[in-house]
Design a protein around this ligand. Structure first.
Ligand code: GLY
Length: 341
């Protein structure tokens, strides 16, 4: 280990845990497994064996494949059958090692098997380190939509090893920066001048504060979905060829413009949305071929849209959920984000 890791605590009473951030933190897995008193482990890994730390107890490795198309109930069933064959019990532990789709799917399998087995996440993508692995949301997709079946299941620890990020293709790093960019507008402040480790720690710290205040997403936690309403619609419309963080980035620019259109923020703040997203090399316009009318129809299906169109928007009191947003304002802003505009 080359530098002292940063530790961010997620305060949730008896379900509290630490997020360890730094180079080489994956090597603390055996100590964490030992502290849990787990006797055996199943490691669900989307990474090559040399990147998977030994949990220090008898274990089985289940290979996984990152990607939205494998984030299904069929994959969860397969993991649970493997747990049963291995004889996994609630005194044991599941370890996930992969991107956000792997931590989500492994987390849900751990939540369901024996009605809950401890899980430790080793997120290996930037996106999973700053968002998906922290906060206890686990879910899989249905053909009808993303993350429709899931559970809240907090991990026992999260090990964000920065060494993993050295193996990522550039587009995958940029994908993670989409989630970091949106932190700028949900109370984390300007992270642009910080080191990568500090940006990860700041993003995790902001998320941990929000999750501690609203674990079950009944109010404040909505702010974590800043930029996500359009982002999710764009992912669906492009059959996930647009990556999650890229969709969130475009959704963040959209949220800024919509807040400006509704008179909630100044023009300078609208421009700041564009500047922050551009700083990270992320897209700021709708991909070509995306139809604004289809996006509006998809955004009406968003979980938050119980009464018309709803978005998390910046305003005088910071980001908050705004319901009943007029469709003509949304259409106008979408048109301004079209490549042809
Ligand atoms: N990714 C949003 C949340 O954890 O609530």
């Amino acid at each position: 280990m080359t530098a002292t890791p940063q530790i961010v605590a997620v305060h949730l009473g008896e379900r509290s845990y630490d997020v360890h951030i730094g180079q080489g933190v994956r090597h603390s897995l055996p100590d964490i497994v030992a502290a849990l008193g787990a006797r055996r482990a199943v490691v669900i890994s989307a990474r090559p064996p040399e990147w998977v730390p030994d949990p220090g107890v008898p274990s089985r490795i289940l290979p996984a494949a990152d990607g939205e198309h494998t984030k299904t109930l069929a994959t969860v069933e397969e993991y649970c059958r493997q747990f049963a064959e291995f004889g996994l019990t609630r005194s044991d532990v599941v370890v996930s090692c992969g991107g956000g789709t792997t931590t989500d799917t492994a987390g849900l399998a751990a939540a369901l098997f024996h009605r809950g087995v401890p899980v430790i996440h080793l997120p290996t993508s930037l996106l999973a380190q700053v968002d998906a692995s922290v906060g206890g949301k686990t879910a899989v997709n249905l053909p009808e939509g993303k993350n429709l079946v899931g559970a809240y299941w907090q991990p026992k620890a999260v090990l964000c090893d920065i060494d993993y990020l050295t193996t990522l293709p550039p587009r995958e790093m940029t994908n993670g920066f989409g989630e970091i960019a949106r932190c700028h507008f949900i109370g984390a402040g300007d992270l642009r001048g910080l080191s990568l480790r500090e940006q990860i720690a700041a993003s995790v710290r902001r998320k941990s504060e929000v999750v501690a205040a609203d674990e079950r997403d009944s109010g404040l936690r909505h702010v974590l979905n800043y930029g996500h309403t359009l982002g999710h619609a764009l992912e669906r419309a492009t059959d996930f060829s647009l990556r999650h963080g890229e969709g969130v980035a475009i959704g963040t620019v959209f949220a800024g413009r919509l807040a400006g259109e509704l008179g909630r923020i100044s023009q300078a703040r609208v421009t700041e949305h564009h500047d922050v997203v551009s700083h990270y090399g992320l897209p700021t316009q709708l991909p070509s071929g995306v139809e604004p009318a289809e996006q509006i129809a998809l955004m009406r299906l968003d979980k938050k849209a119980t009464t018309g169109l709803a978005f998390v928007l910046d305003g005088p009191d910071g980001a908050e959920l705004v319901t009943g947003v007029p469709q003509d304002a949304v259409a106008k802003v979408l048109a301004s984000l079209s490549r042809e505009a």
